[in-house]
Unconditional design. Structure first.
Length: 372
């Protein structure tokens, strides 16, 4: 149960990839999807859907999930209806099969309602998956979790990438930021850093369409703001925008051509970043602000960490990656060490084993329990 294509968001893309690879590593298996409709979706779907305006949707969703051996429920604030997404609980309380809940956000300082809903969601799960150790630690330290052993870490998956040579010999270095665009991505800080890099003549490519929810509320105001910032800073000739939604092959080709991936995110809360995992799987050097997932994955040398909202630090880190002999190659080697565990087949196998443990325990005891 999750948002799902044709909805264009990171959660929908994650779920589609997990579903595809999970069935691929489990011969003879099948799957069903209960699609959570975003506010920007039409009120129709090819798959069963949870929708706050459709009577009987919760019961229908539970019925579909109860016809499976295991239900996998993606949790993110903002996708479910009700106060703080409480409608997810309306489905969970009706499930009679083991449940794996995947947490995409764990807040440090939730509102009372957010805390109550997340604790209830966790309580209804046989197993809870976080995608970083930072998220697991935050959950166990800040929330009431009756059985900490049921919280396991399985990384965000990535498409295994063929090795590719970055850039073009003698050409302009390509700095890449990609993903659905919206305030909080911190792209303005990347643009502000370019003034100190003029001698390198970089191309800073910001790829990805505006997030559908952002587009519905404010149109292209943020992208216009970024263009204005580039012009005001005298670096408009160094910044390019590709507003297309990139499919898997096109995105892989683009990432393969990048010399360095820049993640200048504003948030210090982010415990999961699919873009970061994809960059590492593609063996790309990364410069990122110190959000928790980046601190965890880049600490051993796959990238450089910089303070939030600090163009000078971003510029210095990018210059190091682009000019310091051997640094980019060392980062690529470290990413290669991380890559196998981040590949979708490896990630799907871990979900398969987790689901198998839940089903086996259910058969033995009538209660789904997982321990680490």
């Amino acid at each position: 149960m999750s948002t799902y294509p044709p909805t264009q968001c990171g959660l929908a893309t994650f779920t589609a990839s997990l579903r595809r690879h999970l069935t691929a590593v489990t011969p003879g298996s099948g799957s069903r999807v209960v699609r959570v409709l975003a506010h920007t979706d039409a009120d129709t779907a090819a798959t069963p859907a949870v929708h706050p305006m459709r009577p009987g949707a919760v019961e229908a969703a539970a019925d579909v999930l109860n016809r499976c051996d295991v239900a996998v429920v993606q949790h993110e604030y903002g996708i479910y209806a009700g106060q703080d997404g409480a409608e997810a609980l309306s489905v969970l309380v009706r499930l009679r099969v083991p449940v794996i809940v995947v947490l995409h956000t764990v807040l440090t300082s939730p509102s009372p309602g957010q805390r109550q809903v997340l604790e209830a969601v966790v309580d209804h799960a046989g197993a809870v998956v976080t995608m970083s150790e930072a998220a697991r630690s935050r959950l166990l330290a800040g929330y009431a979790v009756e059985r900490p052993g049921k919280v396991v870490v399985i990384p965000h998956g990535a498409v295994p990438s063929a090795r590719s040579a970055p850039g073009t010999p003698g050409g302009r270095p390509l700095i890449l930021t990609w993903g659905l665009l919206g305030r909080g991505k911190g792209v303005e800080w990347g643009i502000a850093a370019l003034g100190a890099l003029r001698d390198l003549r970089p191309r800073y490519l910001v790829a990805g369409q505006t997030h559908p929810k952002v587009l519905a509320h404010e149109g292209e105001a943020y992208r216009t703001h970024l263009r204005d910032r580039a012009a005001a800073g005298g670096v408009a000739n160094l910044v390019e925008f590709d507003p297309a939604y990139l499919e898997t092959d096109a995105l892989a080709n683009l990432v393969g051509r990048a010399d360095v991936v820049l993640l200048p995110y504003d948030s210090s809360e982010q415990v999961t970043s699919g873009v970061l995992v994809e960059a590492l799987a593609a063996r790309k050097p990364v410069v990122a602000t110190r959000f928790p997932h980046a601190v965890e994955l880049l600490a051993d040398g796959a990238g450089l960490l910089v303070p939030h909202r600090d163009p000078s630090a971003i510029a210095a880190a990018l210059r190091r990656v682009l000019t310091e002999p051997g640094l980019a190659a060392a980062m690529r080697d470290r990413s290669a060490d991380l890559g196998p565990a981040l590949s979708w087949p490896a990630v799907a196998n871990r979900y398969r084993r987790l689901a198998g443990d839940l089903v086996a325990d259910e058969l033995l005891t009538g209660r789904a329990v997982v321990t680490t």
